[in-house]
Design a protein around this ligand. Structure first.
Ligand code: NAD
Length: 499
């Protein structure tokens, strides 16, 4: 069993209070590592280290090009260590090794992309508006960033914050999920090997309501980047408001995956399964509401049930497994509770609807499909975060859009159609941050990702994301002597009148 350590100011450090908690492998059910239960004192040390690194020393003096080089080096190290990082994540969250390895092999692209972008953030000199005054705009890093992440894709979702924040010149304190801390602590070692100065990146592990709160309330933290559930997001947003901290929130979803009557049905079946049963539905962008055109509904559901029913449940480390366990016991209980809620609401269970025992010591739920779901039911409105699909019928395109948008969330949406007209017109009508046409669950470092409505605030990825970690500053330089009347604001018309 491994005992992990916090990473503060370039040092692996035990937690101040000396407390640890267990990380349980969701498949074996066994404790595989001991994670430091950080305290407010540890948070304070980490934030102060990050603040020192931001204000003085090697990082503060580094050029953007030099910062970019460090990020490239880190990208190479992540690529060389992808297997180790992927395995750590599977031990913590029980997702398929094939999925986590894929994520880790793709992860370096974020460091290369934002490394390249670091020295392409350009200010501007504005055209002269008054003859004596020069004005330019510069973009500056904000300061200490608190990056708070969930357990379902621990490193990917943290790196979406780290890469642009560091490229922009900020320093960071990371608070990984209490269920998946190991890979981030390992990544911290790679930062050190890449040559990042001490204090630029710090990792404090522990509980959300303990150190998470201490971190977002710390007066030296100026920017918060949070990914997680609605409850945590709301608490963090309220805490940020107290001192006007800059913030981005990536929250949950109840995303619609819409199958029109002209869709390629085999592709759409795979798309529906990718949307909800991949990662056992434990993904923010899960296509948990499947809207199917009335004329193809029965035939489509039959195909879907046959395909989803053939998914192999088992050890996430094995290549033969399609669906792994539910990551945590609270999550498992929540999923089972929603199965009961759906049944109680009158939805018809046509696949699964129960737990599966005898696979390792894992907490497994069979891929579950409900038909005859009304969009007003709780099973169609509330995020389950598990392998539960709600199928809803529609008759017209207008009705599909109306149902799709009738949710508090707006993270993602999928459309399955062979019609060029629909492929072009539907995305504009869907209130979601990402829309896929004849695809599902595709993300890229190039593509802004984030939510409408309760799914969040701000965007990660793409060129815009680096701006989210910068402050714009206006600089005016008076190029002539002779300051005019100090009692009136210096506006062009006043200057002209006086002149
Ligand atoms: P969670 O909100 O329970 O925890 C997320 C992180 O926030 C953890 O590190 C936790 O310790 C911390 N936290 C919790 N309460 C806090 C508080 N009051 N102050 C500060 N930090 C606090 O979420 P989770 O269960 O780990 O993840 C699942 C949720 O995340 C789902 O709702 C899912 O949709 C969402 N998610 C969203 C995205 C996205 O990009 N939009 C991606 C993945 C997951």
């Amino acid at each position: 069993m491994e005992t992990l350590a916090l990473y503060v100011d370039g040092q692996s450090t035990p937690p101040a209070g000396g407390d640890y908690f267990d990380s349980i492998d969701p498949y074996t059910g066994l404790v595989w590592s001991r994670v430091p239960r950080g305290t407010a004192h540890d948070v304070d040390q980490a934030v102060r280290a990050a603040h020192r690194a931001f204000t003085t020393g090697a990082w503060a003096e580094m050029t953007p090009t030099q910062r970019g080089r460090l990020l490239y080096r880190l990208g190479d190290l992540v690529a060389a260590n992808a297997e180790r990082l992927g395995e750590l994540e599977v031990r913590d969250n029980g997702k398929l090794l094939a999925e986590m390895l894929g994520q880790m092999r793709y992860l370096p692209e974020w460091f290369y992309y934002y490394g390249g972008l670091a020295d392409k953030v350009e200010g501007a000199v504005t055209p002269p508006e008054r003859p004596e005054m020069m004005h330019y705009i510069r973009y500056e890093p904000i300061g200490v960033v608190a990056a708070i992440s969930p357990w379902n894709s621990p490193l990917v979702l943290t790196v979406w914050k780290l890469a642009p924040a560091l490229a922009a010149g900020n320093t960071v304190v990371v608070k990984p999920s209490e269920y998946s801390s190991a890979s981030m602590l390992y990544l911290a070692e790679l930062f050190e090997q890449a040559g990042f100065p001490a204090g630029v990146i710090n990792v404090v592990t522990g509980m959300g309501n303990e150190i998470g709160e201490a971190l977002v309330n710390h007066p030296l933290v100026e920017r918060i980047a949070f990914t997680g559930g609605e409850g945590g997001g709301r608490a963090v947003y309220q805490a940020a408001a107290k001192s006007f901290k800059r913030i981005s929130l990536e929250l949950g979803g109840k995303s619609p995956n819409i199958v029109f009557d002209d869709a390629d049905l085999d592709d759409a079946v795979k798309g529906a399964v990718a949307g909800i049963f991949a990662a056992a539905g434990q993904t923010c962008m899960a296509g948990s509401r499947l809207l199917v055109h009335d004329s193809i509904h029965d035939a489509f559901v039959e195909k879907l049930v046959a395909f989803a029913g053939s998914a192999r449940l088992g050890d996430p480390m094995s290549d033969d497994t399609d669906v792994g366990p539910i990551a945590t016991r609270p999550q498992f209980e929540k999923v089972l509770a929603y199965i009961d809620i759906a049944k109680g609401e009158g939805a018809k269970c046509v696949l699964g609807g129960e737990r599966v025992e005898g696979l390792g010591n894992g907490l497994f739920v069979k891929p579950t499909i409900f038909t005859e779901v009304k969009n007003s039911m709780r099973i169609a409105q509330e995020e389950v975060f598990g392998p539960i699909l709600s199928v809803i019928r529609f008759k017209t395109d207008e009705e599909a859009i109306q149902i799709a948008n009738d949710t508090l969330y707006g993270l993602a949406a999928g459309i399955w159609t062979q019609s060029l007209e629909r492929a072009i017109n539907m995305p504009a009508k869907l209130r979601a941050g990402t829309v896929w046409v004849n695809a599902y669950r595709v993300v890229s470092y190039l593509a802004p990702f984030g939510g409408f409505k309760n799914s969040g605030i701000g965007r990660e990825n793409g060129k815009e994301a680096i701006r989210e970690y910068l402050e714009a500053k206006s600089v005016f330089i008076n190029t002539k002597r002779g300051v005019p009347s100090p009692f009136v604001m210096r506006l062009p018309s006043v200057v002209n009148t006086e002149g």
